[in-house]
Design a protein. Structure first.
Length: 347
């Protein structure tokens, strides 16, 4: 009877996975009540790895190639089953295939604004989104930590967990980078690199390798966005004070035009904004820039002429200089030097 049972058994002589379904990360070879024939052929294609599990323990891991399954090619499994070197018999073991190709265009994002800490602004609320790609790097670890004994495990199954890892580590990524948040927000590539550095070890803990990450958009509160826009504008003009005056004037003219179209008292308020640019463009372009550059002393025999400036112009100019000093654009020494020069023109 035992002999007949042995004869009726179905044996597997070819083990392979054609990977016909997109997005499948792990797939269990269908065993049913069949046993693997001693000397059977195992085919592991490129971008795949195979794992043999015996009695709940990972026995062996096979990379790409074709293998003939014997006690020599499965030494760990042989040890677990205590096979005699001369004993050749079918055996039963669970076989799992893992796809090691990149899983691309995986989406991440912040459904709600998240709060992060920043040295310059304290707490900042932002929304961001992008995509990333990953692959299975350690199938043994991925099997024991994530996929387990399931018949099929897909990228969709782990999507929620990976999205959570990204959101959980955004704040830590910004803090550990040591880069000011405004610089990260203005440079999405730098932001993505900071996220990758923070997330790569977290992915490795579950047998995955983070291959790439992109930040496609960062949405900031309106007030912080204005500061970022001004920072970008200053970066375009550099430290050239003349260009800065032109930049300020260009920013003020549209506001003045809007006030003019609406009429009424709004014109006066907008004119003040325009005056900030025009006054700086006319008065400071002639006086401020020369004072900041510390002009060379004129010969003693030919003292420089002092231009006549009204008290109202001097006061207006000093007020603007004070604003520039308060914003950190002018140093205290530069402000004092220009103040002394302007006061001399009143004498």
């Amino acid at each position: 009877m035992a002999l007949m049972d042995f004869i009726r058994k179905q044996f597997i002589d070819i083990i392979q996975w054609t990977e016909s379904d997109e997005g499948t990360l792990a797939w269990r070879f269908p065993m049913a009540d069949m046993e693997i024939q001693y000397g059977a052929s195992l085919t592991v294609r490129e971008s795949q790895m195979a794992v043999f599990v015996n009695e709940g323990q990972v026995a062996d891991v096979f990379g790409p190639g074709m293998y003939r399954l014997t006690t020599q090619t499965i030494p760990v499994l042989t040890y677990l089953r205590n096979w005699d070197k001369l004993f050749e018999s079918p055996f039963k073991s669970d076989v799992y295939f893992f796809s090691t190709r990149q899983q691309v265009d995986q989406k991440w994002g912040t459904p709600q604004p998240i709060t992060i800490r920043d040295n310059d602004f304290g707490a900042v609320r932002l929304r961001a989104f992008g995509n990333y790609s990953f692959r299975i790097a350690d199938p043994r670890l991925f099997h024991t930590e994530i996929s387990g004994t399931r018949e099929r495990y897909t990228a969709q199954d782990i999507d929620g967990q990976l999205r959570g890892l990204v959101l959980q580590n955004i704040s830590n990524a910004i803090a550990s980078s040591g880069i000011a948040f405004l610089d990260l927000a203005a440079n999405q590539l730098m932001f993505a690199q900071a996220l990758t550095a923070q997330l790569a070890p977290e992915f490795a803990k579950i047998g995955l390798k983070l291959e790439g990450m992109t930040v496609q958009s960062v949405s900031l509160p309106e007030e912080l966005q204005k500061i970022l826009d001004q920072k970008i504008g200053m970066g375009m003009v550099g430290n050239d004070m003349g260009k800065f005056m032109q930049y300020q004037t260009a920013q003020a003219i549209p506001k003045f035009a809007e006030g003019g179209a609406g009429g009424g008292s709004g014109i006066a308020g907008d004119a003040m904004g325009l005056g900030a640019g025009v006054a700086l463009g006319q008065v400071l372009a002639q006086n401020l820039q020369q004072g900041l550059q510390q002009p060379a002393a004129a010969p003693a025999t030919a003292p420089a002429a002092v231009a006549s400036v009204s008290a109202d112009e001097v006061i207006a100019t000093l007020e603007k200089l004070g604003e520039l000093k308060a914003k950190g654009i002018l140093t205290q020494e530069e402000f004092d030097a220009k103040k002394a020069e302007l006061l001399k023109k009143l004498s």
